[in-house]
Design a protein around this ligand. Structure first.
Ligand code: FES
Length: 364
């Protein structure tokens, strides 16, 4: 992408104002945005200014900035970033944008650019001698299927040849209308010459039948602009010949008519799995739209949980008795320890008292 600058001062008008119609449109457009978000109207306003004058002038940028209470640099950034904004005067009758991206390039866009260089100006973004025509190369315009193509204002001209482009340029110069869209025998982006596939839905229209004669001969021939009947696609429909569509096959959930109860779903959600995740997380969850398999899994989980809980309850009295016995045992051991620890001290006291007594006696 080249650097995009504003046009030189010599061609810049000194002021800008919307026409009466555009002014009321601008008012309405700005009011569409919530309070405090009026700056969002910057692109629509710039585009309307371009449609009015043919290109975005410096005065228009200043006008929009003032109108939306935006710093001028912010509006300049927008105008110079998007290549849809023309920053220099363009041809008054046509500005031809030739797509030069790969599909169009492979289909001959270089030849189209050569036509523009010869008929309009050797360099893009320059006016022809009369100031009526200009051209530029642009990136993909989204009509690659009909490459190569060009855009003039808001219309696209597709399936171009250098000769057809010259005719279009001549027509614009004369001020004539040119029919947009494909410029060959093609309807929109349908195959050239009409549909070659999906031409019938009849059961007897199998591939073998198609081999009997060239489909193209029997397919509707699309004149440009004529409607072509394109049969609905078979894509996404049930293939009744496939093994997996055998009606005798049923998914486990569908077969049993099983759906998960809310309680089962709760249990699955609350029950942590082996790795700490909930069963719902492991199974992908069964709360909404449970499949039969998931419902069964949830029920199995619930049953297992009930079993575990019941088992724990049954074990509880025995465990409590064991625990109580252990506590009693511990207490008695503590008492024993305490008494054995106290014994020597008591004995020491008795010994001391007896020795004191004997001392006293001795002393007495
Ligand atoms: S490449 Fe030309 S329209 Fe897409």
């Amino acid at each position: 992408m080249s650097v995009r600058r504003l046009a030189e001062d010599a061609v810049q008008p000194t002021s800008f104002a919307f026409s009466v119609d555009n002014e009321s449109w601008a008012e309405k457009t700005i009011r569409k945005y919530p309070e405090g978000r009026q700056q969002s109207a910057v692109i629509p306003l710039l585009m309307r200014a371009q449609e009015q004058d043919g290109w975005v002038t410096r005065a228009a940028i200043e006008h929009v900035a003032k109108r939306l209470s935006m710093p001028l640099i912010r509006v300049l950034e927008v105008a110079t970033f998007y290549t849809q904004f023309q920053l220099k005067p363009i041809g008054t009758k046509a500005h031809i944008q030739i797509c030069g991206t790969t599909p169009c390039m492979l289909r001959g866009s270089d030849d189209l650019k050569a036509v523009c260089a010869r008929r309009i100006h050797a360099e893009q973004f320059h006016l022809n001698a009369a100031g009526t025509l200009s051209w530029e190369e642009v990136e993909c315009l989204g009509a690659c299927v009909n490459a190569p193509m060009a855009m003039v204002f808001k219309d696209t001209y597709e399936d171009l040849t250098p000769e057809r482009l010259e005719e279009i340029i001549d027509a614009f110069e004369r001020g004539e209308e040119v029919r947009p869209g494909p410029q060959i025998d093609r309807h929109l982006s349908a195959p050239v010459g009409g549909a070659t596939t999906l031409t019938s839905l009849g059961d007897d229209d199998e591939l073998g039948d198609r081999d009997e004669g060239p489909v193209r001969e029997s397919a509707p021939q699309a004149g440009a602009g004529d409607a072509v009947h394109i049969a609905p696609s078979e894509a996404g429909r049930v293939d009744t010949h496939a093994e997996e569509t055998d009606p005798s096959l049923r998914s486990p959930g569908a077969e049993a008519g099983v759906t998960a109860s809310p309680a089962a779903e709760e249990a699955v959600s609350a029950d942590p799995g082996e790795d700490g995740r909930s069963s719902a997380a492991v199974t992908g969850g069964t709360r909404q739209g449970s499949t039969g398999a998931h419902a069964k899994e949830a029920q199995a989980d619930e049953a297992a949980k009930r079993h575990r809980t019941a088992g724990k309850r049954a074990e509880l009295p025995a465990r409590e008795a064991e625990a109580e016995a252990a506590v009693v045992d511990d207490k008695s051991r503590v008492v024993d320890n305490e008494s054995s620890a106290k014994k020597p001290r008591a004995r020491r006291k008795v010994d001391k008292a007896s020795s004191d007594g004997s001392d006293g006696a001795n002393g007495a």
